[in-house]
Every structure is written in structure tokens, then in C-alpha cells.
Design a protein around this ligand. Structure first.
Ligand SMILES: [Zn+2]
Length: 207
């Protein structure tokens, strides 16, 4: 699979001013990040998730992501299909979902760099958008730690607090890509809709 991110971006630009929309949406979501980032939520708790919510209960499949629906009206249909799959996995085992999704994302991350689809962190932002994973926002690029936010995420947008983070696939992609680009790291999802926030926030710690 070869993704031509530049081409795809140009196609969109022909019909609507995509760059303008994306810029405004990122500003909108950043404000929510600054408002919520220091609010402490109950600590992630797998046991609580099992006891109170029985697998996928509370995991919404009918979601309208504002930015992606504006660009493509079919977005809720694709999201529903994807979430039908995830819901089934959550029903089976939340902890297995977390392990398998992370591994799946990581191998995709490796592949994207090895194939030449991703050559820089900016390509990662493009691919997350083109594949409709979500709006990626690089918040902080320090030497030892990198902070990356994800807005309108396909895996968790619209979920209420269920006591677990849900975006292990996305964390895996980021971890795999950053490993290939910069070196070994551990990427964790600190903020997530599933944890009661209104955005996803990943932190990558480099060895
Ligand atoms: Zn999330």
C-alpha cells in the first residue's frame, strides 16, 4: 500500500479550503486541551470497567465527528462499522483489546516508515487525517518526551467516562513511527474520552 499524502491533500484543497478548516479546528480543540489538561480524573481502572460496565456497554457506535463529517458526510457510517468491530472485541476482553490493538498499531507504524509513506512527523499528521484516524496535534517536542494530542479520534470520540483509555491502536502507531524516526520509546495514552476527557493525549518517553 502506497499512500500519496501530498496528492490527497491537494485533491481536498481543490474543493474546500481544507488547511483553513483544519487550522481552526485545531485551535478549537487546543483550547479544550488547555482547559482540561490539569484536571485529575479517577485513575484508569480495568477492574472498574469490568464490574460496572460489562465490556462494551457505554461504548458509542453512532458518532458524528464534526470536522470529518464536514469533509465527508459518510464519516459516521465508516465509524459505525469500525466501532462495531471494536465493540465485539471489548465484549470479549478489554485487556486483550488493549494488547492486540497496541501491537497492531505498532506494526503499522513500523510499516509506514519502512515503506517510505512516513519520512517525518508531519507525514504522521497527514496520514492520521487522510485515513480519518483523527486530527493529530504535536504539542511538545522535547528531547526525552514528546506530547501528541489527537482530536475527534475514531476509537474514542464521544465516549463517556468508562475508566479505561481506548486508543491503544493509535498509541501503537505513534510508538512504532517514533521508534523508526527517533529511537526506542514508550508511548502511553494519558488523556482519553474513555478517561473522562474530551481529547486524546499521548506521551512518548524516549530511552
Ligand atoms: Zn482516546
Amino acid at each position: 500500500m502506497v499512500l500519496s499524502s501530498t496528492l490527497a491533500r491537494k485533491d481536498f484543497k481543490a474543493s474546500i479550503d481544507l488547511e483553513d478548516i483544519l487550522e481552526k479546528r485545531i485551535v478549537f480543540w487546543r483550547k479544550i486541551y488547555y482547559r482540561e489538561k490539569d484536571i485529575r480524573k479517577p485513575y484508569p481502572n480495568l477492574a472498574l470497567h469490568h464490574k460496572k460496565h460489562h465490556g462494551s456497554a457505554g461504548y458509542p457506535i453512532n458518532i458524528m465527528r464534526p470536522t470529518f463529517t464536514l469533509i465527508d458526510q459518510s464519516d459516521p457510517v465508516y465509524i459505525r462499522t469500525y466501532r462495531m468491530i471494536v465493540r465485539g472485541i471489548l465484549d470479549y476482553s478489554v485487556s486483550l483489546m488493549k494488547i492486540l490493538m497496541k501491537a497492531s498499531g505498532k506494526s503499522l507504524g513500523y510499516r509506514l516508515v519502512d515503506n517510505g509513506d512516513i519520512r517525518s512527523i508531519d507525514d504522521l499528521v497527514d496520514i492520521f487525517f487522510i485515513q480519518r484516524i483523527g486530527l493529530l496535534d504535536i504539542v511538545d517536542e522535547s528531547i526525552n518526551v514528546m506530547r501528541i494530542n489527537l482530536y475527534e479520534c475514531m476509537s474514542c470520540y464521544g465516549t463517556r467516562y468508562i475508566g479505561v483509555s481506548l486508543c491503544d491502536f493509535e498509541a501503537g502507531v505513534i510508538e512504532g513511527v517514533l521508534e523508526r524516526l527517533y529511537g526506542k520509546n514508550t508511548t502511553i495514552e494519558k488523556y482519553c474520552w474513555g478517561l473522562g476527557y474530551h481529547f486524546c493525549g499521548f506521551e512518548s518517553y524516549f530511552e
